[in-house]
Design a protein around this ligand. Structure first.
Ligand code: FUL
Length: 486
């Protein structure tokens, strides 16, 4: 018996002396999130960075932007329609989601809706047996591109428009057709435009949103007010220099011109995660017009820096022409655009530098050191400082030999744990070269003074909701950027 007690006592001592060592093998836990957080689908959407929009329909053939609703379906005849070509352009541009205008304000449907005769059925294209939505969906799915659909609430053709009950039933019937028939749909676009000829027309947004969520589990619903993605408040492709993915949905309404500034910047006190999408066309118009040509490369890059580089997704419209193809000059411009982005961002000068930080959560080998900013994971590995009250947090990147030469600074937050940074500044060799407010998924500083040369770059975070978490960092050289004399 005594021996047994002895054995027990010795084992207890042994266990307790090992316990702290065992504890030390546990990894340092991630910090608590700062709410609100993105949903799974919003996070996926954010990482797409660029999405394509295709405005196509009767307007393509009447050379107009807003159809009257009185167009004869017989004018719709894209003799060489090839949706695979559209999707190939998306793939070549690195785009993983393309959105098609299934119905624009003119009411003409690109699919054979059984609730109207104002559709492809009345057109000579494929003898009235065609379905553009189906062809688009098939081409996208076979090339690994996701699809989205635009179904205009404003309908200038349908007689039911203006009779709220009848029109909402018609509209919802079409939503059910589109979201039941064509497989998985990743984004639906609800445009805020409304006819002044029908002042009593009210849209049953709540019914529509619930129906959409019921039919498509991972869809993001876009409208001025979300609930999945919000409008950025303009059609130039420019987000606010301050741009929060958080906002208060109770302050938003659809088609309300007085909230565009709020939409543009978001709200640090917002209780809803509702990131902004910047819709803009590669050409002056949304629809294809013979007389128009694509924007200059420098304009597209400016748009990229002011949308993707300001924590948003760029929704770039590429309109198919009357043949049913993306025009050669648009393809050429998009190739230049993609190749410019690759040239700028494929080389990160910070990769050959040494990194230090104000502090590291859990100490040196915790996995939260600044080196976590240089791996390929831009969400779930990140530098995290110690949570030490109000002290300033910083990271510093120092050249190991020679001088750094760059004109773009890229900072990305680990938004999976909330958007945090409110204010930051960039110093090179002790001199401030840039300052900013929000960061979010991606902040790109294209330096106003052009190329900067120096040995060490410090990012000071001067205000944040909780501790800042930086998931990626880059110093880049943009050969297309010539700020002097602009
Ligand atoms: C606007 C519409 O009126 C334009 O025609 C275009 O579709 C654009 C994306 O949204 O509200």
């Amino acid at each position: 018996m005594t021996n047994l007690y002895h054995l027990l006592a010795v084992s207890l001592i042994l266990i307790s002396s090992f316990a702290p060592t065992i504890q030390n093998h546990f990894a340092t836990t991630p910090p608590l999130p700062v709410l609100p957080l993105p949903s799974y689908s919003q996070l996926k959407w954010q990482q797409r960075e660029i999405i394509f929009f295709h405005h196509f329909g009767v307007n393509t053939f009447t050379d107009s932007e807003w159809g009257t609703g009185k167009e004869n379906p017989k004018i719709f005849n894209p003799k060489g329609l090839n949706t695979a070509q559209w999707i190939d352009v998306a793939v070549q541009t690195g785009v993983s989601l393309s959105i098609l205008t299934a119905k624009h304000h003119d009411g003409f449907c690109l699919w054979p809706s059984k609730y109207t005769d104002h559709s492809v059925v009345g057109s000579p294209w494929e003898n009235g047996n065609g379905d553009v939505v189906q062809e688009f969906t098939n081409a996208a799915k076979s090339r690994g591109v996701d699809i989205g659909l635009y179904l205009s609430p404003w309908d200038r053709h349908d007689r039911r428009y203006g009779d709220s009950l009848a029109y909402n039933e018609y509209y919802m019937a079409q939503l059910q057709e589109l979201l039941n028939k064509y497989g998985s749909v990743n984004e639906i676009w609800f445009d805020g435009a409304k006819g002044s000829n029908a002042p009593n027309m009210s849209y049953l947004f709540n019914d529509w949103f619930q129906m959409v969520a019921e039919l498509q589990g991972t869809i993001n619903i876009f409208s001025d007010a979300g609930p999945g993605v919000r409008w950025v408040g303009n059609e130039n492709g420019f987000a606010g220099t301050t741009c929060w993915s958080t906002i208060n949905r109770t302050s938003l309404s659809i088609g309300n011109g007085s909230i565009v500034n709020y939409l543009n910047t978001g709200d640090p006190r917002g209780t809803d995660w509702l990131p902004a999408e910047c819709d803009v066309s590669v050409r002056p118009g949304w629809f294809w017009h013979k007389s128009e040509s694509p924007k200059k490369l420098s304009d597209l890059l400016e748009i990229y820096y002011n949308s993707v580089g300001r924590n948003c997704v760029l929704l770039l419209n590429v309109p198919p022409n009357t043949t049913g193809l993306i025009s050669a000059n648009d393809i050429q411009r998009l190739k230049e655009f993609k190749s410019a982005i690759d040239t700028i961002f494929s080389k990160n000068l910070a990769e050959s530098c040494s990194l230090t930080a104000s502090s590291i959560r859990g100490g040196k080998n915790s996995g939260f050191g600044p080196e976590a900013m240089l791996d390929k994971d831009h969400l779930w590995t990140y530098w995290a400082p110690k949570d030490n009250g109000n002290e300033e947090h910083w990271i510093e990147i120092t050249a190991t030999n020679g001088e750094l030469r760059f004109n773009v600074v890229r900072i990305q937050e680990a938004i999976g744990l909330g958007q945090r940074i409110k204010k930051h500044e960039i110093y090179v060799d002790g001199k401030r070269i840039a300052k900013g407010t929000t960061v979010g998924y991606k902040k790109l500083h294209r330096l106003e003074n052009g190329v900067i040369k120096g040995r060490s770059v410090r990012i000071r975070v001067l205000g944040s909701r909780g501790i800042p978490l930086i998931s990626s960092f880059g110093l880049h050289f943009d050969p297309f950027w010539h700020p002097i004399g602009r």
